[in-house]
Design a protein around this ligand. Structure first.
Ligand SMILES: Cc1cc2nc3c(=O)[nH]c(=O)nc-3n(C[C@H](O)[C@H](O)[C@H](O)COP(=O)(O)OP(=O)(O)OC[C@H]3O[C@@H](n4cnc5c(N)ncnc54)[C@H](O)[C@@H]3O)c2cc1C
Length: 329
């Protein structure tokens, strides 16, 4: 029996496991496949919402508080595991929308500003992580911190008795715990009854092989972005497709993303597309994060529905859910 069972081993589940374990909670984390294979792997790793003024207050709060701790957190994870999440303050060059009324009001409210740039607005404090590496490091880190990971087990439902969760159930086994924390991303509504449905919003991305310093900053324009990694690889994303759990990628999108990057950096026109993939953002109609207690069961907690911002909100979401679980159980 564990103090807390976490269902889902993406960035949200593993970051929550880290914070809970550090607070002294005995954690078991279960994933239906190997951890770190889904949205958190597929994403871009930008440590900010793309146009922050388009999001609700909670998203902004979680994101801004996470931005403050990310660099130190990555340094600590590197020190503890020897694996580098490659936190990089590459800055973000926004080529559109930064001068809208909404944007100006948001910057005033949060006391944030940008430097003028020939092609737009440079937000020099915005950073990125190499999310697949962050996840690899987090996995090693939580194992070091005593978290038990069970992979390739799909949870089918809660085990409920007298309005309380005793644990969770897979096709052939029961797992008991004092509390359950759902971090199962786009699949959350498949095994949990939630107030608002969570569904997958597919995003396609490509990576171009290039030389370091071809692109200096993250570039954002017309909702699409270019992310330069330290080793010269350049990610270009992404689509927003409400098509269910369909993982397919298509040539038209690959070409459109490559063209988007080439139009802004002509040297990328001949760069090889090394890989093209898709991922499922955990979306909901309201686009609001579900962070807190389940509506019906006092010892079931939710940390899901992070939509386009799960990497950038992970630390503060994990911190808050840890505080709530420790206070309530
Ligand atoms: C193309 C793309 C680009 C993105 N770019 C960014 C970005 O730049 N910055 C940013 O902050 N965010 C970005 N995002 C969004 C971000 O990736 C997500 O918000 C985040 O990964 C959600 O994390 P998660 O842990 O909730 O979900 P996931 O990483 O999907 O993890 C959920 C886990 O739960 C497991 N699971 C589900 N159901 C069960 C079950 N029944 N039993 C057991 N295990 C289960 C799954 O196997 C999975 O491992 C992007 C997403 C995409 C697709």
């Amino acid at each position: 029996m564990s103090d807390c069972l976490i269902i889902g081993g993406g960035a949200i589940g593993m970051m929550s496991a880290r914070y809970l374990a550090l607070s002294g909670v005995k954690v078991t984390l279960i994933d239906q496949q190997a951890c770190a294979q889904e949205s958190s792997w597929a994403g871009g790793g930008i440590i900010s919402p793309l146009y922050p003024w388009k999001y609700d207050d909670l998203t902004n709060e979680l994101s801004l508080a996470s931005q403050v701790v990310y660099e130190q957190l990555c340094a600590q994870i590197l020190e503890d595991t020897g694996l580098d999440p490659q936190y990089l303050k590459s800055g973000l060059l926004m080529m559109d929308e930064y001068d809208s009324d909404e944007a100006i009001a948001w910057m005033k409210r949060y006391n944030l500003n940008y430097q003028s740039h020939q092609q737009g607005a440079l937000f020099s404090e915005i950073a990125q992580v190499r999310n697949p590496r962050l996840l690899k490091a987090l996995k090693a880190d939580i194992v070091n911190k005593g978290v038990k990971i069970i992979e390739h087990v799909k949870i089918e439902k809660l085990l409920i008795k007298n309005d309380k969760a005793l644990g969770v159930v897979s096709s052939n086994k029961t797992y008991l715990a004092d509390c359950v924390l759902a971090c199962s991303g786009a699949w959350s509504s498949q095994w949990l009854d939630l107030k608002e449905e969570i569904f997958p919003m597919k995003g396609q991305m490509i990576v171009l092989k290039s030389k370091p310093d071809t692109v200096e900053n993250i570039v954002l324009d017309q909702g699409r972005y270019i992310i330069p990694r330290q080793d010269g690889r350049i990610l270009v994303g992404s689509t927003m497709q409400n098509v269910g759990f369909d993982r397919s990628t298509d040539d038209q999108t690959r070409k459109a993303l490559h063209e988007f990057a080439s139009q802004r950096f002509s040297s990328l026109a001949n760069a090889q597309v090394e890989h093209h993939w898709s991922g499922f953002r955990p979306a909901s109609k309201s686009a609001k994060v579900m962070l807190g207690k389940h509506a019906k069961f006092d010892n079931v907690f939710l940390n899901t529905g992070h939509f386009r911002n799960g990497i950038n909100m992970a630390p503060e979401s994990a911190k808050r859910i840890t505080q709530l679980i420790n206070h309530e159980t």
